[in-house]
Write a protein that binds this ligand. Sequence first.
Ligand SMILES: Cc1cc2nc3c(=O)[nH]c(=O)nc-3n(C[C@H](O)[C@H](O)[C@H](O)COP(=O)(O)OP(=O)(O)OC[C@H]3O[C@@H](n4cnc5c(N)ncnc54)[C@H](O)[C@@H]3O)c2cc1C
Length: 379
Amino acid sequence: MRDVIVVGAGPSGSYASYALSSKGYDVLNLEEHMEIGKPVECTGLVSRRVTEMVRTGSVVNTVSGAHIFFPNGKSIHVHKKEKTMVLNRDSFDKDAAGQSIAAGTDLRIDARLRKASVSKDGVTVEYRERGNLKEERARIIIGADGMNSMVRKEVFGTRPYRVISAYQVDSAARLEDQDSVQVFVGSDVTRGFFGWATPSDNLTRIGVGTHGGASFRYFKSLNSRFGESKILGINGGGIPISYLRKTYSRRAMLVGDAAGIVKPLSGGGIYTGMVSGKHAAATAVDALEREDFSESAMSAYQRLWKKDLGNELWFDGMFQRLFSMISDRSFNRIYSILSSPEVIEKINERGDIDYPSRVVISLLARRPWLLRHIIQSKS
Ligand SMILES: Cc1cc2nc3c(=O)[nH]c(=O)nc-3n(C[C@H](O)[C@H](O)[C@H](O)COP(=O)(O)OP(=O)(O)OC[C@H]3O[C@@H](n4cnc5c(N)ncnc54)[C@H](O)[C@@H]3O)c2cc1C
């Protein structure tokens, strides 16, 4: 019997596998695709915290600022001293999986989980590897199988209730400022989320996220600013931005997108997914040492990840719900407040891609009347 089966070799699954294998545990990691990292469904913007967790050569650009465009056509520019990385996401996933293989993980590609069941004595999975049906048993299962998680379906029977639909292209359009991303808000370019353009090596990743609307329809409007005939490739997918009430059960844990452990304001899930993978691995180590796989033993996982990320995801989620209701008129009023040099300085000082609520809270603490613009939008 294996110690742990990890389903999915995205960043969360690879990091959990690496953390367990490097402690000497027997880990089987199943990945349904024939190539790690493909298909790419990501912009690849991460903080240095991510590149400190995985040794990687996948950084294709760094940016230090953002131009934020409002419905009135005006924009503000914010920047930080610290650089944000732009990853080539498929190479990053390969580096993360390579790190876990080097630590001893038994990674199988073209191996798709079909069924998983948990009993008092262990976990049983049925998977199809290169066309052959196989079965394996383990003490613990970690579901790191993304937005449409099969582990979640089979073992937890639930799903995140708030999902962003994202549509993104690789475009040959070149942004003048290669040191800044562009962010777009307002009803012309999105419904309930935002649009973006990220300079990435010799191309630009242009995309739109929407909550409750077809992202493709909004994308057309955004992309007309960049020249429609420049599309080199299309990708996208769902981003779960509400975490599950319960991310553990007897012998089982869900990490990353499978659990909805994603920053709701930005839709970024690489860092949060890897942090949850780290805590799932630590909980599994403890359970294996004590041979206690009960629900109460596994609940340590949720306490650990919530200690690191819980407040951030909670505040982010609340702000995202408010943000998704702001009207164009209110956005324009907010622009006139944010564009003051004093406010921009505060954003530059407090902004953190992994902890975005910090800057929002510090702005609201000094200017509580900003909330009025947001709340007025709802009525
Ligand atoms: C358009 C877009 C842009 C984004 N941009 C960013 C960004 O800039 N920065 C950021 O931090 N995040 C971004 N995200 C979010 C980020 O991509 C995810 O949060 C992140 O990939 C989550 O990692 P994960 O390992 O939990 O899941 P995934 O990366 O989805 O990995 C899950 C893995 O499980 C495998 N799998 C699924 N089902 C099975 C099965 N039955 N059997 C075996 N294997 C299976 C899949 O093939 C996949 O490899 C973006 C998302 C989208 C859609």
